[in-house]
Design a protein around this ligand. Structure first.
Ligand SMILES: [Zn+2]
Length: 279
């Protein structure tokens, strides 16, 4: 098929998906730039609602799975500690997007040897106890991991990854299902959700999460330099095996270099919040 007609067909399919209310089209940015100045325009075909619905379903299933194994919020002190750090960070999300203050945030600790953590779309946070225990993380270091994960959610990186997956699948396979578009579009979206959740983000999205993450930390009066020490600890590993989080967050040595280059912009914020005792 010629390039022109193939792309025209893609546009027709995308137009049909939009008019069916299944996707929205546009290039926009999901957050204000902050001191770190993240202002990349994002490719967003899938709506926030679609992304958040997929994430909420994924999160509920995960929490149910661990709860039924007796592995959810097992240690009350640790759960309280993680929730306190999360609430201080969440109190600062308005600097990047005021609407996120009203998200239905959830914070749970999974009792597991895995060294992992995530914040799914719409503010669904999970921290694995293994990450805190094996690496002996300080409050500032826990804030570094959570700030980074929260930043992914604020930037709607999963929504963006779903949009990219939809566009790619429209390109390669939807032509066959043009006749029955309603059903085809629904399964396309669900396939895109499966693809987007669990895949590593691009290096560019990771850099944005690092930049916004250190600013959230600084605004919440957590030392942003801990974002460097926590990745150093990840490299050294906990008990010999590589942390699970490194499978979605590769190349920690280069990440540390990038984070160090962002620090001068956020350390003054940290010094100011620490001085005024704002928490
Ligand atoms: Zn990340």
């Amino acid at each position: 098929m010629a390039w022109f007609s193939f792309n025209s067909l893609k546009l027709i399919v995308i137009g049909a998906l939009i008019s069916a209310g299944l996707i929205t089209a546009g290039c926009q940015t999901t957050t204000a730039g902050g001191e770190v100045g993240v202002d990349r325009r994002q490719f967003l075909l899938v709506s926030s609602e679609q992304a958040e619905a997929g994430a909420a379903q994924f999160y509920a299933q995960e929490m149910q799975k661990f709860s039924s194994k007796g592995a959810l919020n097992v240690n009350p002190q640790q759960t309280a500690r993680v929730r306190e750090i999360a609430s201080r960070l969440i109190a600062q999300v308005g600097a990047f997007r005021p609407d996120a203050r009203n998200w239905k945030w959830e914070v749970n600790v999974i009792n597991s040897k895995e060294l992992n953590a995530y914040c799914a779309a719409g503010g669904k946070i999970a921290v694995y106890s293994g990450l805190i225990d094996s690496l002996h993380l300080s409050d500032d270091e826990i804030a570094a991991v959570m700030g980074h994960e929260i930043a992914h959610a604020l930037r709607e990186h999963t929504r963006e990854a779903m949009s990219e997956a939809v566009a790619q699948q429209v390109g390669v396979s939807v032509l066959a299902s043009l006749a029955g578009l309603g059903q085809g579009a629904t399964s396309l979206l669900s396939a895109a959700t499966d693809v987007a959740i669990g895949l590593p983000f691009s290096r560019q999205k990771e850099r944005e999460a690092d930049e916004i993450g250190v600013e959230l930390m600084a605004r919440a009066a957590y030392d942003p330099r801990s974002a460097v020490t926590v990745w150093r600890k990840m490299i050294s590993g906990g008990g010999g095996r590589p942390p699970e989080i490194l499978s979605t967050h590769p190349d920690p040595a280069n990440r540390i270099k990038d984070i160090e280059s962002h620090l001068p912009r956020v350390i003054p914020l940290y010094e100011a919040t620490k001085r005024t005792g704002r928490k």
